[in-house]
Design a protein around this ligand. Structure first.
Ligand code: 4NP
Length: 157
């Protein structure tokens, strides 16, 4: 499996999602490739936001080595599944992908937890640390669903 996590800046939400899913895949002995990207290029080559790094570290996941990059249309070919955090990310991924767009590969991450509800992972960028903890918990639960769905492994909460 090759899975790409996408948000706007690739410094708050999607690096968390990349780190969490890669960690779980490794824990379960799955040889998955997990990556992340932003629809904007504001934070190219930057490490994740310090609060995303802090919250990950508190949960024993190190994301300090990750660096920001922008989503590109070739990603639509390269990856098996692309998860976006909100509807704006979805529209931007569609726009950037142009002729490579493949609707079947793309979904909102929280649809794995709440099917067809099209809920968003809120952007914690403008808020306090508490928002990063909430976002971590949401992404963590959605990633358990992804592991169960694609690897057939039951995760007890
Ligand atoms: P992210 O959060 O999409 O979760 O990485 C943001 C980070 C930076 C900005 C917006 C959202 N920004 O406007 O710079």
């Amino acid at each position: 499996m090759k899975i790409l996590m996408v948000c706007l800046g690739n410094i708050c939400r999607s690096p968390l999602a990349e780190g969490i899913l890669q960690h779980k895949a490794k824990q379960h002995g799955l040889n998955w490739l997990v990556d992340s990207a932003g629809t904007a290029n504001y934070h190219k080559d930057e490490p994740p936001h310090r609060l995303s790094q802090k919250v990950s570290k508190l949960n024993s996941i190190d994301i300090s080595h990750l660096r920001g990059r922008q989503f590109m249309k070739e990603d639509m070919i390269e990856f098996d599944k692309i998860y976006v955090m909100d509807e704006e990310n979805y529209a931007e991924v569609k726009r950037i992908s142009r002729n490579n767009w493949n609707e079947q590969k793309v979904d909102l991450l929280l649809n794995e937890l709440y099917p067809n509800e099209n809920r968003s992972v809120p952007d914690p960028w403008y808020g306090a640390e508490e928002g990063y903890h909430k976002v971590f918990d949401m992404i963590n639960k959605a990633c358990d669903e992804i592991i169960e769905k694609y690897a057939g492994i039951q995760i007890s909460q």
